[in-house]
Design a protein. Structure first.
Length: 395
């Protein structure tokens, strides 16, 4: 039996590699002799830079930058060389991710992407030809204005005074944008971004309304943030002639996608498509008898380009069953049946606190994977017995 494991991480709990190892232990507990392939998968969020750098044999570089709540943190980016070109890999989550925002400070009106801009400058300082940025697991919703400020963009109020963007609500103070001071070295590099292609900046489906509550925003704060991002989009259109309101991916990471398009000349890509250029999983999935995937929360958003649904899509091309192991099962989880996932199972055995669930997650993932395999094995055995009986009757 060949089992292929292709999980994403459990946000704010375990990265993809940690989830994959726990699932692998569960498979081995059930049957050590199974042919097992483990492929920790990334979607642009936590673990993005380290995974790409490990695959490419590159080097991680560490730097202190401004974190999402305005305090200095230790972050990192990676460098690898391929075909004579130097590529920097930057992970938004490692500098402005939700995991870096203390729970009592979760308010996307007051978190910044400034550190993302600092990492871009750090990459330029060491000399690169390309920059690859992963957008995911963000704790910010400033439209990438903080990042832009670090790159040299000036945001001015009605009195032509400098506005320090410390969060999404500061966008409401801005009356004009000046781009003449942007670091000129950006013109000499290509910047590609792995993001959720379906996230847009503005409107009822905009990032403030869809993801603001997940980042701690109250209904009033969501309304204020939505208005601020609409105002921001109008300013960008006036200054640069670019309408970022509904561009695919513009809402990625709290609107960082829009900022990267407008101020860094970046090209946004559906995250799975560009990541597949670095991690080729289709060939390995196509040889499996069964595929396991995983995600921290399986819900109505999962089919919109998240790893379990993409794994399911690939597996269905080869008629291979897919089972998802998940932390929680949310609203609309059954939509994943249409996305190529044949079954899903939560790891949580009983009501518990979030803190305990995070602590026990590795063991529960291991036990849940083993348990699911034991259930699947019953079906295998029943099918074998049925085939044997039919063979005897035919004789």
């Amino acid at each position: 039996m060949r089992v292929v494991i292709v999980p994403s991480g459990f946000k704010e709990c375990l990265d993809a590699e940690e989830v994959a190892l726990a699932m692998a232990r569960g498979v081995k507990n059930f049957q050590p002799s199974f042919d097992l392939e483990v492929i920790p998968m990334i979607d642009g969020g936590e673990g993005f830079a380290k995974t790409i750098i490990n695959i490419k044999g590159g080097e991680l570089m560490y730097k202190k930058v401004i974190g999402p709540v305005g305090k200095k943190i230790k972050s990192h980016f990676g460098i690898f060389v391929e075909n004579g070109k130097r590529t920097a890999v930057i992970e938004m989550a490692a500098v402005a991710g939700l995991k870096l925002v203390p729970r009592n400070q979760r308010n996307p009106l007051k978190t910044t992407t400034y550190g993302v801009g600092e990492l871009i400058l750090a990459a330029l300082d060491v000399g690169v030809d390309n920059i690859l940025i992963g957008c995911g697991d963000s704790g910010t919703s400033d439209g990438g204005a903080g990042m832009a400020q670090a790159l040299g963009v000036h945001f001015l109020d009605k009195k032509q005074q400098f506005v320090d963007i410390k969060g999404g609500e500061d966008l409401l103070k801005v009356n004009s944008i000046v781009t003449t001071h942007i670091d000129r070295r950006l013109q000499d590099v290509s910047i590609n971004v792995a993001c959720n292609w379906k996230n847009i900046l503005c409107g009822e489906e905009g990032v403030a309304r869809v993801f603001g509550p997940q980042k701690g925003a109250t209904p009033k704060q969501v309304d204020r943030l939505s208005f601020a991002l609409e105002h921001y989009a109008s300013l960008i259109q006036g200054a640069l002639g670019i309408d970022v309101r509904s561009l695919p991916g513009s809402g990625a990471s709290g609107g960082l996608g829009a900022g990267l398009i407008a101020f860094a000349g970046a090209i946004l890509h559906p995250r799975f498509d560009i990541i597949m250029d670095y991690i080729n999983i289709e060939e390995k999935i196509s040889t499996a008898d069964i595929v396991f995937t995983a995600e921290g929360s399986l819900d109505f958003q999962t089919p919109n380009g998240k790893i379990p649904a993409e794994v399911g899509r690939i597996a269905k091309k080869y008629d291979i069953p897919v089972i998802a192991i998940t932390g929680t099962i949310g609203k609309g989880a059954d939509l994943n049946y249409q996305a190529g996932i044949d079954a899903y199972s939560s790891i949580i055995p009983k009501p518990t606190s979030l803190e305990n669930a995070i602590k026990k997650a590795p063991k529960w993932i291991e036990e849940s994977t083993e348990s699911v395999l034991r259930k699947v094995s019953i079906g295998w055995e029943m099918a074998q017995r049925k085939n044997l009986k039919e063979s005897v009757y035919q004789k």
